[in-house]
Design a protein around this ligand. Structure first.
Ligand code: AVI
Length: 322
């Protein structure tokens, strides 16, 4: 029995999601460059911390994208066919989708998210404010293939993927996601998608190193989550949040740095850390309009229009499936 199998055999795991977390954590912390997938940031504490990040003065992406959706709302509405179905990949706070629903006459809204409970609550809140909108929540992993509800099969389709979540994918994953979305939505569909842009490094640095330390808590929460859910014994005070801009690779990298020589146990496995050794927890890729267009084209989409805020901090693109 190998290390992973032995560890898992000793673990009493409550459900499938936890065992995927256990498997990934053990495998990723066993690599030469230790890592943890950013998808594990978002338990309820992590989701609340992320909402707090979006309100920080240094974290410009959320409010800048909302500004573009507001200021360019009529331009966006002009290219959306009447009576279309809006399919949102991953359902966050409803603030952004409301900007689209207010301006365009959508017949249906399909929020897709792994958390069935979360999208149910989101759908309930929206149906109070948009009583004529048909809402069909789909509980699915939006990065994999899933079926659209039969009821929207004959409607024109518009995908929506805001927040520059695409920036948290490696370029090959971003391309795979766009291809899969293209297949799900079909030829002639459109996609409204947000992508953060390259900019002054100081602004990027500050957005991921806020003075109040919320991003640090968000990053460290993944270790607390391992302690809570997988019985880990991480000493949180022995790790430090570190976020730097990697200019060659056009990305912010987030790491958790071990402050000392230490060993951490989880699920019967011990992981040793050297002083200064990092766990790489997230990449947040920053695009140029050109590089984003190239990504879209090699993934089966044409760029119909691209909008930015006046300072060129963030971009929103309308793509068309060829
Ligand atoms: C969700 N995602 C687009 C955020 C980002 O900016 O990459 C996650 C985040 N990480 C640290 N701060 C925010």
């Amino acid at each position: 029995m190998n290390v992973h199998a032995a560890a898992l055999a000793h673990a009493h795991l409550p459900n499938e999601q936890t065992s995927a977390f256990a498997r990934d954590a053990i495998s990723d912390l066993s690599q030469h460059q230790k890592r943890l997938s950013p998808k594990y940031f978002y338990d309820s504490t992590g989701s609340e911390l992320f909402e707090a990040i979006t309100r920080l003065p240094e974290y410009y992406p959320t409010r800048t994208e909302l500004g573009i959706l507001r200021d360019r709302g009529s331009d966006i509405a002009a290219i959306i066919p009447k009576g279309a179905a809006l399919i949102e990949f991953g359902a966050g706070a409803t603030t952004k989708v409301r900007r689209l629903l207010e301006k365009s006459a959508f017949a249906a809204y399909v929020p897709v998210d792994i958390s069935g409970e979360f999208i149910k609550a989101q759908a309930d809140a929206l149906s109070r404010d948009f009583p004529d909108l048909a809402i069909y929540p789909v509980a699915a992993d939006f990065t994999a293939s899933f079926a659209l509800p039969e009821a929207v099969a004959h409607l024109p389709k518009v995908g929506f993927f805001p927040g520059s979540t695409i920036g948290n994918f490696e370029p090959y994953e971003a391309s795979r996601f766009l291809r899969s979305a293209r297949q799900i939505l079909g030829t002639g569909a459109q996609m409204i998608i947000g992508a953060d842009l390259e900019k002054d490094e100081r602004l990027l640095h500050d957005a991921y190193n806020d003075a109040a330390g919320v991003t640090a808590r968000f990053n460290l929460n993944v270790l607390e989550r391992i302690n809570r859910e997988l019985g880990g014994d991480f000493d949180i005070s022995a790790f430090t949040h570190h976020a730097i801009y990697n200019r060659e690779r056009h990305r912010i990298e987030m790491h958790l740095i071990s402050n000392k020589q230490q060993a951490v146990r989880m699920l019967g496995t011990s992981f040793s850390f050297r002083p200064g050794e990092s766990i790489h927890t997230e990449n947040s890729y920053k695009y140029s309009i050109e590089r984003f267009g190239a990504l879209a084209r090699r993934s089966g989409w044409q760029v119909r229009e691209s909008w930015t805020d006046p300072k060129g901090m963030f971009s929103v693109h309308a793509l068309v499936a060829e």
